[in-house]
Design a protein around this ligand. Structure first.
Ligand code: AMP
Ligand code: MG
Length: 425
């Protein structure tokens, strides 16, 4: 089922993204050990089973007292209390605090019965402690304390029944701590998509192979696999297919258990560009050619595997920069949605443009830019020539300068939108 190039119709970037998001679906769940759940999306609300802290406990190292006993205390009017015990974190108090007595208590230790406040060591005077006969038996209080001071309430952090981590939240280090504070050791998360990556082209050599004249090394596989990892997908590198149907078919069979297939090259109008025809033969093309620069020849659709399962497939252009920018605009959102993340926007800055951008054929341009911040302003320079084969210029860029399709020129000094693909602040 050949595609008729005469009827090529360009779709705009936003409609293309929408088609992709309408097609790919959020994956189901898997159970992960807490540490492995980092940066996964929480599959369902996790509800607290126990109060944290479980009991009222001390926020300070000090003395558990009855606040009324010491409310008149000052350096001029010290109040001496009998020390009837000592309690550390992890112990259960055995003594009750009665009139003019106290228990020496450590941070995190349960508040003994009778006590209603804790006086930190620094608000006591250890003069009595220094006398051998009184050591650990009496303490002099030199400051009053209010009711419940330095006491941490049971359930102050988490109450039984609270939502600990909400469905849809990207699990952070702190979330993992919160789950661990409940004694949990695993959590249900949305699966990460398995992404099959396939380069196509008779000219390609794998990195590590001996160089041959006329050939080039395949950079797309490694760059796209790395970008898949950055997006939270799990790459499954299939290698290189030749520009013929059988070779492509053979490789694609290896992708049967994948959630998404990403190919590169062979989607343009060259004599050997067979990927889009392959997709329409084995499934359906949903769009081909997007009104953008670079990365105009990009195909999206689905193919059916032997098991009759439809797998979405993105056919990236072959030129390495086009492949990376097409992945950024279409592959990343697809992977995010599969992971259960619906906000895939990048940090955007309005920057002062240092180099002119000319848009001569009404496509949306994503120019490679280098953004710097000077004072309150962001400035952006282009990385040099914007040809789509110059991969080093992609490596230099930290942002993509956007020139809308209906703007024919962005002049030096104008304020432009830059989507930061790599910004550490
Ligand atoms: P094509 O889309 O097949 O016409 O390829 C466009 C350009 O990208 C050609 O110059 C290819 O040699 C180059 N290209 C294709 N695939 C790769 C790849 N995996 N790594 C580096 N360059 C590639
Ligand atoms: Mg080719």
């Amino acid at each position: 089922m050949a595609i008729n190039h005469e009827h090529e119709s360009l779709i705009d970037v936003d409609s293309a993204v929408k088609k992709i998001l309408d097609t790919v679906v959020e994956l189901s769940f898997e159970t992960k050990k807490l540490l492995q759940s980092l940066d996964h999306v929480c599959y369902q609300d996790v509800i607290g089973n126990i109060n944290v802290p479980p009991v009222n406990n001390s926020a300070m190292d000090g003395y558990a007292v009855r606040f009324k006993d010491v409310k008149e205390a000052s350096s001029d009017n010290p109040i001496d209390l009998e020390v009837i015990g000592i309690i550390s974190a992890g112990q259960i108090p055995s003594k009750k605090v009665r009139y003019n007595s106290t228990v020496r208590i450590m941070t995190g230790a349960p508040i003994p019965e009778g006590a209603d406040a804790v006086i930190p060591f620094e608000d006591t005077n250890d003069v009595l402690e220094k006398e051998e006969s009184l050591k650990n038996k009496a303490i002099r209080i030199i400051k009053p304390v209010e009711y419940w001071n330095n006491v941490r309430d049971a359930g102050q952090d988490v109450k039984k029944g609270d939502v600990l981590v909400a469905k849809g939240k990207l699990i952070s280090a702190a979330d993992i701590g919160v789950l661990a504070s409940q004694g949990l050791d695993s959590v249900k998360v949305v699966k990460r998509p398995k992404v099959a990556i396939l380069a196509t082209g008779n000219e390609l050599l794998s990195s590590g192979e001996v160089f041959e004249l006329g050939k080039i090394y395949d950079s797309n596989t490694q760059a796209i696999a790395a970008a898949v990892v950055e997006s939270g997908g799990v790459p499954n590198v299939l290698g290189i297919a030749k520009d013929d149907y059988n070779s492509l078919n053979h490789k694609i069979e290896l992708a049967a258990s994948s959630d998404l297939i990403i190919t590169s090259a062979g989607v343009s109008k060259g004599d050997y560009d067979i990927v889009k025809n392959f997709i329409s033969d084995q499934g359906e093309i949903q769009f081909w050619s997007v009104k953008m620069r670079p990365a105009k020849p990009i195909a999206f659709g689905w193919i059916k595997t032997k098991g009759d399962i439809k797998i979405p497939i993105i056919g990236l252009p072959g030129n390495p920069v086009s492949a990376m920018i097409a992945f950024e605009k279409f592959g990343r959102p697809a992977i995010y949605k599969m992971r259960g993340i619906y906000d895939f926007g990048r940090f955007v800055v309005q920057a002062i443009l240092n180099d002119e951008i000319v848009n001569y054929d009404g496509r949306r341009i994503y120019a490679r830019g280098i953004v710097t911040k000077k004072g309150k302003d962001y400035h952006v320079s282009l990385t040099g020539s914007q040809q789509s084969n110059l991969l080093t210029s992609m490596a230099k860029a930290n942002g993509l300068v956007v020139c809308p399709d209906d703007v024919s020129r962005l002049t030096v000094g104008s304020l432009v939108r830059v989507e930061m693909i790599n910004w550490t602040g």
